[in-house]
Design a protein around this ligand. Structure first.
Ligand SMILES: Cc1ncc(COP(=O)(O)O)c(C=O)c1O
Length: 496
């Protein structure tokens, strides 16, 4: 990338001038002053201001006292560029969002057109054409049996909405005690109080306890670390599914409203499950009238090689949460798919769902989503992911010759490489080793080697990969070569 990329005069400088006049006490806002003065700003100014005034999400800020933040300035295709001019493969599609790649002119055009036609109307008491059109489009590609779309701005809101709708539905249909939720160990379902209660990662919750009561956990489908021997993955899946039945019975079926499950669990590192697992949880949810909610915040829109994981694994959910890649990340939007039965009690009389979000189903986001789904269809991105997935898997499996690689798992364009100390015993890293290796080395080494992806230890340590669906065998080879180099060095450090 040319150096000029990171040193541009802000074209809005003149427009901003009147807004930047400051007459109150407070910190000196040097970046704004520079912009106001029409000076060029770039990495140096962003670093200083970013460190002094910004608060990054899920980010430890202490390293910024010694080194720089990573500031990403541009995205194009399956590459992103940082403020120092480094080009990186986007191995995580932003955050499992940019499935059609970055910088799509069609999405920009759709946004501009919509902004000029109707820049904003909420879905509070009013409809607007793009949301209505998008709802039908989504139902046409969604799993069978869905008939309603409730729009949100992201995954957390989808999780909150699903739980609240399930609660109200049961209150209105003669089962008022049904309010509890069950989800899976180590699963991430978002950060608001309700969604965080459903999240199964204790470390994320501790600081915010007490959370919403009535949320319980069952085992996930981590076959690599199954608690006992099973003849095969189907048998393990049935065992794991039966834990759901057990939990429902422990709590009392009359009190359990919903079970939340990701088609492939992200946190912990791409825990897949066979169809036998999903068939069994479907049976259990039907038996006890528990709403089966598929959280497809990550797996939706092609990630698994189908439009939705629910279709790929025949999950037959009652509700399905989607977000992120619905717009390929170009706009914040989420869509909760529902069976019509949840809407039935609201059809007549005065009943209302007292729930919503100002920006849920924003017209610009909906227009971008429609354009995004058109790209998927025009470029056969779903089929591409399905066809290329076995090649991606095989390419990553080459890493098995490294002593540090314990497991390679996933599906579609969504894989995790689990790091171990001992391949034979599957011994994992201690907390201290994980801290040293992941935060002290891997994350920065991966970036330096040319890839943005994630070394994660919310469960056992893994490197997570979810590149845009536009990638192919050439990029898989590049990703493998980078991982090989970095993991070879990681092994030396672990044993050094
Ligand atoms: C499965 C799942 N649910 C919910 C969320 C929360 O989504 P958001 O960050 O859009 O609120 C995420 C985020 O990654 C997720 O992976």
């Amino acid at each position: 990338m040319a150096i000029s990329e990171s040193k541009k005069t802000n074209p809005l400088a003149n427009l901003l001038k009147p807004l930047l006049k400051r007459d109150k006490a407070g910190p000196r806002l040097e970046l704004l002053e520079a912009m106001q003065a029409g000076k060029e700003v770039g990495d140096k100014e962003w670093q200083k201001s970013g460190k002094e005034h910004s608060w990054l999400h899920f980010t430890r800020h202490s390293p910024f006292s010694r080194g720089d933040m990573n500031i990403i300035v541009r995205g194009e295709g399956h590459f992103i560029y940082d403020s120092k001019g480094t080009k990186l493969i986007d191995g995580l599609s932003g955050l499992f969002t940019c499935n059609a790649g970055h910088g799509r002119p069609e999405l920009a055009a759709a946004a501009q057109k919509q902004m000029l036609e109707l820049d904003f109307m909420p879905l509070w008491s009013y409809g607007h054409p793009r949301a209505i059109e998008l709802a039908e489009k989504l139902l046409s590609i969604g799993p069978e049996g869905m008939n309603r779309i409730f729009f949100t701005t992201g995954g957390t809101e989808g999780v909150e909405s699903a739980w609240k709708i399930a609660k109200q539905y049961f209150k209105m249909t003669g089962k008022p005690l049904k309010h509890k939720v069950i989800s899976r160990m180590t699963a991430y379902h978002g950060t608001s109080h309700g969604a965080l209660s459903i999240t199964g990662i204790p470390a994320f919750k501790q600081m915010f306890e007490p959370l919403v009561p009535s949320a319980f956990r069952v085992p996930n489908t981590n076959y690599y670390r199954a608690p006992q021997e099973f003849a095969n993955e189907d048998e393990f899946g049935i065992w794991a599914a039966n834990r759901l039945e057990e939990a429902i019975l422990f709590e009392g079926p009359d009190t359990v409203a919903a079970f939340f499950v990701e088609p492939i669990q992200n946190a912990g590192g791409c825990f897949t499950a066979t169809k036998a697992y999903f068939k069994r949880i479907r049976e259990i949810c039907t038996k006890y009238d528990v709403v089966l909610v598929a959280d497809e915040t990550i797996t939706g829109y092609g990630r698994t090689g189908e439009w939705f994981g629910s279709i790929r694994y025949d999950i037959q959910p009652d509700m399905m949460i989607t977000a992120k890649a619905i717009t390929s990340g170009a706009q914040p939007l989420g869509a909760l798919f529902l069976k019509e039965k949840f809407f039935e009690p609201f059809k007549d009389g005065t009943s209302t769902l007292a729930h919503g979000y100002t920006f849920g189903g924003h017209p610009v986001a909906c227009a971008v989503a429609l354009a995004n789904l058109e790209i998927f269809e025009r470029e056969n991105l779903i089929e591409r992911a399905r066809t290329n997935s076995p090649i991606f898997r095989k390419t990553l499996e080459r890493l098995y010759d490294l002593p540090i690689v314990g497991d390679v798992r996933g599906d579609g364009y969504f894989f995790a490489v689990e790091i171990v100390k001992d391949k034979k015993t599957k011994e994992t890293l201690t907390r201290e080793e994980s801290e040293k290796l992941l935060r002290g080395f891997l994350n920065s080494a991966l970036l330096e080697a040319g890839i943005y992806c994630r070394a994660d230890d919310r469960g056992d340590p893994v490197i997570q990969l979810a590149p845009p669906l536009t990638c192919g065998p050439k990029e898989f080879d590049e990703i493998e070569a980078i991982l090989r180099k970095v993991l070879t060095e990681a092994w030396k450090r672990l044993n050094g």
